[in-house]
Design a protein around this ligand. Structure first.
Ligand code: PBG
Length: 338
């Protein structure tokens, strides 16, 4: 690359300044172009609901019925959004120690996937979050070892494999293990291949941090971790940067087709590191707390919500994300003109 110093000039005005004068000039020379093609919309589907139920801490996001899910997906397809990721809420009385509704063939995610798959054909990428926490009565992402009281990594893997196979069978193009169990990608890849589901892709939540920004999501899926617990024993420590690359490398070695960094804004350095280090597509999840903060401040008139949303999601793209999961997907698609 040539040295980027401006040529000798008699006036102080620089090239950079000249090229930002009009909207058209700025548009022409923009280094980052956020597009509807970058976006994936997270959607929640709940068993046993009569009507969609608003989630107070995620304004504009609801727990869907199968019917309202189908309408929302139709809207997103029309807007040009290329992907959705489904999360499910079983009936509360169906939660158990192993999260069996996560891999039931008639589980709510499986039924949701079937409805969406039927409706969109191949015009949209249908993803499923592959985890147990929405389905366990203790709210952890894996099964509990009765001797230690901790999440049992190795005993959880066969369950994730069952969840993935049942989601793929129900129509998921992509399964996305989000529980940060070691070996989850390998266990899922082996099980999918063993069931002939060789075309189902795995998007690993590879660098997922134990973040305080998941609060509204846990409202959205009615998850409370038993005994005031947390996920610090299996999700990454926010202070660690190099560790993310080690996690990503392991997941790619195990067969991950896409890798994800989560949350997004507090981990832009990680997104940039991962993008520079690997060749697979890198996803980033702008999570519930990030969305809720923008909505709350905008509601008070303290910030311009749509402008901040565009700036934040644009920053995630600039940092290097190829795929962005965001609750702003629909709104951004409207703004960007899909
Ligand atoms: C776990 C899962 C979580 C999110 C996605 N998958 C919650 C957690 O790890 O506690 C959070 C997403 C968000 O905050 O938007 N199944």
């Amino acid at each position: 690359m040539l040295p980027d110093t401006p040529p000798m000039q008699s006036f102080p005005t620089t090239r950079m300044r000249r090229l930002r004068r009009t909207p058209a000039l700025r548009r022409l020379v923009a280094e980052t172009r956020l597009s509807v093609d970058d976006l994936v919309a997270p959607l929640f589907v709940a068993d046993g609901l009569e009507d969609p139920r608003p989630i107070p801490s995620l304004p504009g996001v609801v727990q869907h019925t199968l019917d309202s899910l189908s309408k929302e997906v139709a809207r997103l397809v029309a807007l040009g959004v290329p992907g959705v990721i489904l999360f499910g809420l079983p009936r509360p009385e169906q939660k158990d120690a192993v999260g069996s509704q996560a891999f039931a063939s008639d589980g709510i995610v499986q039924r949701g996937l079937a409805v969406v798959r039927d409706q969109v054909g191949d015009s949209m990428v249908v993803m499923a979050d592959c985890c147990l926490d929405e389905f366990t009565d203790h709210g952890h992402c894996g099964v509990i070892n009765p001797l230690t009281g901790d999440v049992d990594n190795d005993a959880t893997l066969p369950l994730y494999a069952q969840v993935a196979v049942s989601q793929a069978g129900a129509g998921a193009d992509v399964v996305a293990p989000s529980g940060m169990m070691d070996g989850q990608v390998g266990a899922i890849r082996t099980a999918l291949d063993g069931s002939g589901l060789v075309d189902t892709a795995v998007m690993a939540y590879a660098a997922k941090y134990a973040s305080a920004l998941y609060g509204p999501f846990r409202d959205a899926v009615d998850v409370t971790i038993a005994d005031g617990g947390d996920r610090r024993g299996y999700q990454q420590d926010a202070r660690n940067r190099r560790e993310a690359l080690a996690e990503v490398a392991l997941d790619i070695a195990e067969g991950a087709d896409l890798v994800m960094v989560k949350p997004a804004l507090t981990y832009l350095d990680i997104i940039a590191d991962v993008r520079a280090a690997v060749s697979v597509p890198v996803a980033a999840y702008h999570v519930s707390g990030e969305y809720a903060m923008v909505c709350a401040a905008a509601e008070r008139g303290w910030i311009d919500g749509p402008a901040v949303a565009l700036e934040q999601i644009g920053a995630v793209k600039r940092a290097g994300a190829d795929v962005i999961l965001t609750y702003f997907a629909g709104q951004l698609a409207e703004a960007l003109g899909g």
